[in-house]
Design a protein around this ligand. Structure first.
Ligand code: EPZ
Length: 429
């Protein structure tokens, strides 16, 4: 099992290319199931989760062709996928695949909308929380699907197709909003989605669906209206830059010190996180090539942050911010309100010398003068990268184990950091 070895103490200078967003790529690939025409996606990141979803879609009969390398193209360019769901041969998404990546449960909506049926394994538990799918099932039932839970599978039928409806989400859910939008595009009549998630990835997927012939308005706001159409066509769409990768590397340079251009990053996708970074003492500047982040010598100031749905500070950057705050000059507080168990990185950061204690959903971080390298264990995707951030400022060597978590959501992390001066290498085996 691969590990990553980091020796801390090096400043970061140079450019980090930001890849296409994982959390837009996954629903965009799933949206291909809504049409028998070809969907072309550009700027697709090379991630383990994308490769796994290719396998899952292949199981349904979807053909995916990856464009070959073009002249002048480097590894920093995203890949182009040509996805064709012309012939869906199987409407079952099996447990052994869905249990490895929860977002694959989202195939439920397009399969029912296009084929009138689906049998999708419930995703099961996850390290960061129970993460039920009750609201995704509620949305489908509101649109006329009959769904029963049978031996660990959601078995859905809509023999007469789906009908537009009003869907009111009692809490903000990204997956629920993606599910409602995708199903509504082919439902008969109008669907109104209230208390919709406002994450930028929702608007990116809606933008692509509209290119395919859907009629969606209000994506990115809490009220989305979808006029159903008879069928969708093909389209070409470039995935928006990854705001979580952007925020992660911004926190890395704030931790290590230095001056980095986050190429292709867009500030409006993560303004709350950038505001917190400025409060902490980092210099953040929007440029026409992306976002420049620097910290040269000044101490890190403590912050008070509560995670919440977009546009608030994102839960997917909570672990990374906590790592940064271990070295602040003072005491910080971070409240995690989205997931009920997203503090697994705390004990690993404590192994590096951090001083953190938890009371329920609230973490208190007392900044320390020094962190010391040690072997640590990654538990989930974002927790694993928080350990990398801490290691960049720890004295001596840190070994991050179970690095497959990292590969799920960060493309060539050791290459991107290594090119900017970090002493970091992957140890295979
Ligand atoms: C998406 O997960 C993201 N994944 C997550 O990123 C992200 O942390 C999360 O949104 C919140 O922003 C993708 O986009 C692929 P939710 P999702 O439904 O849709 C509860 C990463 O690291 N809930 O917005 O599963 C749920 O338990 C991942 O890239 C229900 O109760 O999240 C949670 O407490 C981690 N019932 C809250 O809502 C439901 O039916 C928000 O979850 C659905 C959700």
């Amino acid at each position: 099992m691969d590990r990553i070895r980091i020796v801390g103490g090096r400043r970061l200078t140079g450019t980090i290319p930001i890849s296409g967003a994982k959390n837009a790529t996954l629903p965009l690939m799933i949206a291909s199931l809504l049409t028998d025409q070809t969907l072309i996606l550009d700027n697709v990141p090379r991630l383990a989760d994308v490769a796994l979803l290719e396998r899952i879609l292949g199981n349904h009969g979807v053909d995916i062709m990856v464009s070959g390398k073009r002249s002048g193209e480097t590894a920093d360019h995203g890949q182009t996928l040509h996805i064709s769901a012309a012939h869906i041969v199987d409407t079952t998404a099996p447990y052994e695949l869905v249990s490895r990546m929860r977002a694959s449960f989202w195939v439920l909506a397009p399969l029912v909308a296009r084929m009138g049926q689906a049998r999708v394994s419930l995703p099961g538990g996850c390290a960061i929380g129970t993460r039920p799918v009750d609201l995704l099932i509620m949305a489908m039932e509101r649109l006329g699907a009959q769904i029963e839970i049978d031996r660990g599978y959601a078995v859905a039928r809509a023999p007469r197709g789906l009908r537009g409806a009003e869907i009111v989400f009692p809490k903000v859910t990204v997956g629920g909003t993606h599910t409602a939008i995708m199903a509504a595009t082919l439902a008969a009549g109008t669907t109104v989605i209230e208390n919709a998630a406002r994450e930028p990835e929702i608007a990116d997927v809606a933008d692509c669906l509209n290119k395919m012939g859907a009629r969606i308005s209000g994506a990115g706001t809490q009220r989305i209206v979808v006029e159903g159409v008879a069928r969708l066509g093909g389209a070409r769409h470039a995935v928006l830059p990854d705001r979580i990768e952007t925020g992660t590397y911004a926190m890395a340079v704030a931790m290590a010190g230095g001056d980095i251009l986050l190429q292709n990053a867009r500030p409006e996708l993560l303004q709350a996180a950038l505001d917190v970074l400025q409060q902490a003492g980092a210099m953040v500047t929007a440029t026409n090539q992306g976002i420049r982040v620097a910290r040269n010598g000044g101490a890190l100031a403590p912050v008070e942050v509560t995670t919440a749905p977009f546009p608030a500070f994102p839960t997917d950057l909570q672990a990374q911010l906590m790592a940064l705050m271990t070295r602040a000059r003072g005491t910080s507080h971070i409240v995690e309100t989205v997931f009920e168990n997203r503090f697994m990185h705390v004990q690993e950061l404590v192994r590096l010398g951090a001083r953190i204690h938890l009371q329920g959903e609230r973490a208190t971080i007392e900044g320390v003068e020094r962190l010391k390298g040690a072997p640590v264990m990654a538990t989930d995707l974002r927790a694993s990268v928080s350990l990398v951030i801490a290691a960049l400022a720890a004295e001596g060597e840190t070994i991050v184990n179970r690095v497959y978590h990292l590969d799920r959501g960060f493309e060539r992390l050791e290459d991107k950091l290594g090119r900017c001066g970090a002493e970091i290498e992957r140890l295979s085996g």
